[in-house]
Design a protein around this ligand. Structure first.
Ligand code: CMP
Length: 215
């Protein structure tokens, strides 16, 4: 199980046994909030199954989804590194399991396999790149372009078909692009009518990679 998490792939079998002993397994049901923005915590969560959303919210219940993470990904590294409160909240989008490493356990892992530290740095650099892209789309594109861009970013090639693998509600997409659910509904309808996409029980198939940037 641990071997499938890229962060641990360089560890020897012996080290993996040690981590297996150090890591605490956590299982949560859909909807469970695993981390709350602003709270203190210093453990790192590696996802062994399921999917989570990383998000920030306000008092009115509005939220922006920063990222959706799945098996092999990890989160919680930021507070573990800088001892500051959690930068965002994390909630399970489906039943999920994690291997949770405390700060001390993580330090032991790094001692055994220093490349883990480099991999965390690489993951942080990728997150910053993704975040920069998100800032630029939020600032420079209109809602139509943001929805089109998000669909293309989430799309995977499934036997020659470009599909959005994540089963997302229109509200989820709205929370990813900073728009209302009604607006996302209008845009998806427009893209469907123009033949660019097909939406079937939350699975979106993209027929043309050149999605139009506006109505
Ligand atoms: P931490 O701040 O400890 O707790 C919340 C976690 O969410 C954070 O660590 C990261 O692991 C994760 N996170 C925060 N912002 C982003 C982002 N923009 N993209 C992906 N993951 C993020």
């Amino acid at each position: 199980m641990l071997r499938r998490i890229p962060l641990f792939q360089d560890l020897s079998d012996e080290d993996l046994v040690l981590i297996e002993e150090l890591a605490v397994e956590k299982q949560v049901s859909k909807g469970t909030v695993v981390m709350v923005e602003g709270t203190i915590g210093d453990s790192l969560f590696a996802i062994t199954s399921g999917r989570v959303k990383v998000f920030m919210g306000d008092e009115d219940g509005r939220e922006i989804i920063l990222k959706i993470l799945g098996p092999g990904d990890f989160f919680g590294e930021m507070s573990m590194i800088d001892s500051q409160p959690r930068s965002a909240s994390v909630a399970a989008l489906e039943p999920s399991t994690f291997k949770v490493l405390s700060h001390e356990a993580f330090a032991q892992c790094v001692e055994r396999a220093p490349r883990i530290a480099t991999m965390v740095m690489q993951a942080l650099a990728k997150r910053l790149r993704d975040a920069d892209r998100k800032i630029s789309t939020l600032a420079l594109m209109d809602v139509y372009g943001r929805v089109a861009n998000t669909l293309l970013e989430l799309a995977i090639n499934d036997n020659g078909k470009l599909i959005v693998g994540e089963k997302l509600s229109q509200q989820d997409i709205a929370n990813m692009v900073g728009a209302s659910r009604e607006m996302v509904n209008r845009i998806l309808k427009d893209l469907s009518e123009r033949g660019y996409i097909t939406v079937e029980s939350k699975t979106i198939t993209i027929h043309d990679e050149k999605l139009p940037p506006s109505f």
